[in-house]
Write a protein that binds this ligand. Structure first.
Ligand SMILES: C[S@@+](CC[C@H](N)C(=O)[O-])C[C@H]1O[C@@H](n2cnc3c(N)ncnc32)[C@H](O)[C@@H]1O
Length: 286
């Protein structure tokens, strides 16, 4: 069973209209796309993802409503191309549900998980770019330490970076997880490699840069009255969304719909623990 995080809130803030045109920038497994598509008559939803495998799963999971969905593969940095490629103009709504999907996290072959043996890949789009293995085996120790400290918010980054450099070449997810675990013993419920894996994933996919580009371009794609909804799971990301939305409001170009971010209900958190840290922000263009 797949849960789209804060689906009811996302639909409410998007104010989905039956004849509207929507862009789901992070189709993933198609959960939000399906919620939008179900509410359309003559409208359209563009299901976008940079991960071709995920887009394929979204396609399968939304097949029933395929007549109103246009599937598009691309990263946030190419998001301006999605609507024209689908024959659409300005958007009535744009949704982004950031991060990785449960499929990406749990499929060993994708290399995101420190719980299962797999190649150290971590690329959302496996057709391009450097892998996590390239990174851990080639980066200088100091660069690795900075990366793990800044993106992973890991205090023991220096120790971890030193251990990684000594253990090279690192060949697999479990190899890396073991190296980290031996360098920094477990202090709480979190696996010691959690933050290191997160930092690598964020750099491999340039998640910060991608979010910057989505926040720069996204609002420009919206019609007057169009809405942008972003669900983030990390404070670094939520801060970027908040600042960009505030900037647009200050310029008089948009109205912020969420003075404080909306968060999942206790019920949803109980049902889907992965939703715990979600924060949703929404704005409407003037
Ligand atoms: C949390 S999942 C989305 C789940 C989806 N909302 C659902 O209901 O199934 C995030 C998705 O965003 C995609 N993604 C992350 N960063 C991206 C980027 N920069 N450009 C395009 N897609 C991205 C990932 O490949 C992943 O499939």
């Amino acid at each position: 069973m797949h849960f789209a995080v804060m689906a009811a809130e996302a639909i409410e803030f998007l104010a989905v209209r039956p004849e509207g045109v929507y862009l789901d920038a992070t189709a993933g497994l198609g959960g939000h796309t399906r919620e939008i598509a179900q509410r359309l008559t003559t409208g359209k939803v563009i299901a976008n993802d940079r991960d071709p495998e995920s887009l394929e799963m979204a396609r399968r999971n939304t097949a029933e409503w395929a007549d109103r969905i246009c599937y598009h593969q691309g990263a946030f940095s190419q998001i301006a191309e999605a609507a024209p490629a689908c024959g659409a103009g300005k958007l009535d709504g744009l949704l982004a549900d950031l991060g990785v999907s449960r499929y990406q996290l749990t499929e060993p072959a994708r290399g995101f998980s420190f719980m299962a043996e797999g190649p150290l890949d971590m690329r959302m789009d496996q057709t391009t770019g450097m892998t996590a293995a390239d990174l851990v085996n080639q980066y200088a120790e100091k660069a690795l330490a900075d990366l793990i400290f800044q993106l992973g918010e890991e205090r023991r980054a220096r120790k971890i970076a030193r251990a990684i450099v000594r253990a090279r070449p690192i060949r697999s997810t479990l190899h890396l997880a073991g190296v980290v675990e031996r360098a920094v013993p477990r202090t709480n419920r979190l696996h010691p490699a959690t933050r290191t894996f997160m930092a690598l994933r964020m750099l491999v996919n340039d998640e910060q840069g991608e979010l910057d580009r989505l926040l720069a371009t996204g609002p420009e794609l919206l019609a007057s009255g169009g809405r942008m909804v972003v669900i983030s799971f990390m404070s670094l990301e939520d801060r970027k969304v908040k600042e960009r939305f505030r900037g647009l409001a200050r310029e008089g170009r948009a109205v912020i719909l969420t003075k404080h971010p909306a968060v999942p209900t206790e019920y949803e958190k109980g049902l889907n623990p992965a939703s715990r840290s979600a924060k949703l922000r929404a704005l409407e263009m003037k």
